[in-house]
Design a protein around this ligand. Sequence first.
Ligand SMILES: [Fe+2]
Length: 249
Amino acid sequence: MSFPFYPEGARRRSMLTMISSTLIPVCEDVWQVRQALVVNGVPAHTRMTVIRLASGQLWVHSPVALDAALVTELRQLGTVAAVVAPNCAHHLFAGAFMQAFPQATLYLAPGLSRKRPDLRGQPLPDEPGIWQPDLSYHWWRGMPLINETVWFHARSGTLILTDVCQWWQGDRLPWQAALWARLTRVRRRLGVPLHVRALVRDADAAAASARQILDWPIRRISVAHDGLIEVRAHEQLAIALEPLLRRGR
Ligand SMILES: [Fe+2]
């Protein structure tokens, strides 16, 4: 598979191996693209989420690498209006994505503009964005090195998580991926990986964010690495967040 939109700013160590670039329907007005990549020698998967807003425009979360087929699919779906780089780690493909969809506005997670000053984006606004009333977001506090923003699509009850919670599912993971997932405690169920827990600088703030996220009426969870949870979603999230809730007030 070719890469006509090779990611600007991608580090050589995290080269991409694409296995799919097809929009997969999740539910009404929600799609995902699942891609394979190798990060620091570990094979992984990541998911981009696309939501059609009530306005008919498209909102894109955590862009992946594009090829011509995916660009065509997206253009057939609607006009891309907003692209979100949701935390300080998910930005590798944002520049190339914006080259393909220059009419869209790129929104950057808090602190990301300092890390990637080359990205022409705006900070996520405190006031309602063009994604309302369809989507709300919460900035997960207490983890300033990652500064993840978590998104909730009210109509479908879908929570969109990037790195703070992960679940490396599948019976046939490459051994390096399976080992990494076991070591970080996200192989068998949804959880906060150990290396993400180590990023907590303010346990009370992280716990308060976890409680706030659990207040949403969550019926489905999209996990960038890597799954779609549609059974007992809220209960599974509450169990996953227990380590953060325990550490904070
Ligand atoms: Fe990630």
